[in-house]
Design a protein around this ligand. Sequence first.
Ligand code: TEU
Ligand code: CA
Length: 618
Amino acid sequence: MWKGTICQSALVVPGPPYPFGVSLPGMDSLWRRWWRPHTLGQVTEATRDQDGQDQWWKSAVVYQIYPRSFADSNGDGIGDLPGITSRLDHLSALGVDVIWLSPVYPSPQDDNGYDISDYQGIDPTFGTLADFDELLDQVHARGMKLVMDLVVNHTSDEHPWFVESRSSSDNPKRDWYWWRGPREGMAAGDPGAEPTNWGSFFSGPTWELDEATGQYYLHLFSRKQPDLNWENPQVREAVYAMMRWWLDRGVDGFRMDVINMISKDTALPDGHQGPGAHHGDGSPHFLCGPRIHEFLQEMHAAVFAGRDGALLTVGEMPGVTVDEARLFTDPARREVDMVFQFEHVGLDQGDSKWDVRPLDLRDLKASLGRWQAGLAETGWNSLYWNNHDQPRIVSRFGDDGEHRVASATMLGTVLHLHRGTPYVYQGEELGMTNAPFASIEDFRDIESVNHYRAWVDPGHQSAEEVLAALRVMSRDNARTPMQWDDSPHAGFTTGEPWIAVNPNHATVNAAAAAADEGSVFHHYRRLIELRHKEPAVAHGDFHMLLPHDERVYAFTRRLEDVELLVLGNFSGEEAPADVPDAAGWAGSELLLGNLSDVPDAGPIVLRPWEARVYRRTS
Ligand code: TEU
Ligand code: CA
């Protein structure tokens, strides 16, 4: 199973020198005026970089919706598009600029929609294309943008392309996927006859035998998610045409699922298999492969070039390194605007994601600090704690009990004040927590369920051992229904929800949060407002402080004469913040804090899970 192996691709396609930093003369006008959300998307001289490209997303905040779990309009227990449309005012009130919609396309739902059987439609579970157009109109009417999830490393095995591809060895679409015979000297179906020893992300081998033709097809994820063969130019053109179709329909960009896996080493070598491992690690042969930059540049030229809208592209890239990310996000290279990297969400894990370790705050600072430094001059960071694949951050790095509100708001503050574009995952703005899963029957996620079967059934681990790890790391923690109010199913559905609602919705819910100025919701609203209003948040440089402090996260941001100091206490104890000139800072303007009654003089001692943002000019 892959866990943290880094992209090794040495292919460096040098672009023209691109000196974009924080002190471009043309940016002055933007920094001087206060950013108003309704100006978002208007390409002005101020938001263009030196290359003439629009970088409006530097001061934007993205909100991710997992449609299955957001809002159900028809009582079938599954969230849907009309449900989302009915809840857009929640997002307007929060102030987000962009919505990223997880997949809503027709799908057998083996991986909750990340297995797509038709790229140009809407799954009846979620609604119709007319419902989609209505949602898009309503999003745009509120001055927000909508970004689609693009899942093109693989399709569903029920996609017509794959149905054709598997129909015979000489079908014209055979080469659209990765088909290989058994390992040399072995017969198809023999144990270990798979073409490579790679292990799938969802347990078991990455190869599935097709009995009819005697060949195996590659699937890095579930066997119902065959990998597309991007070596075939017809595949690439079909994907680009589909992307153009969505942009023509009015969508504002794409979040690209595991996009750094589309170029593979065509020799398909075996991966390293450690002692006791069930499979080899194929990731060096499919992460950031030899043609990845070429493919993304080709996609850019075929899909985005010459379009005059303010679009957003973000590539999800497990294992990507800072150096690779700089290449992917250098605007001059025209690949993607930003990437999701995975380093900081692997710091509390050992050999696999199920091998859970406590977080050492110094590791978090070292990691995020390296990403800040690495993309300071060229490229851009995305910032996230949560998404539909990660456990809830307040349960993970915070305290979801006594200090739930303080720790959730501290975590939000530290993240949003970094340089980069912040992503908020549904419910994060309420401080939603991990769920109390009692038994394996409570889980729905294919990754969790397959892992349980693969370890408990053959007796590698006890059910309790596996459950203990699932409770902490399972993706289902992020997928319990959005908690709208304190009614029986949290206002998510009038029917039976597809996965149980967290019982803490009695107190943790959007209605209660909206009515309470001290809530996580209002703090996130203030963080987003701050990014819109204070140019140093979006454009200032970043300087990490106190790298060795085990409790306090501290850094400064500077833009010309404005300097911000950001402090967060990652512990349930009082912690002095021994930053240079602490007493001087304590007397400066407190832009934002998460606890009341902050002393306005003297040395800075942070209370449990306290966060503060100071501002001064020089
Ligand atoms: O996830 C890619 C990925 O590598 C992991 O985050 C994955 O979720 C897994 O937990 C690794 O342990 C993307 C999507 O975000 C995820 O929901 C999909 O299941 C996956 O791709 C396949 O499309
Ligand atoms: Ca529904």
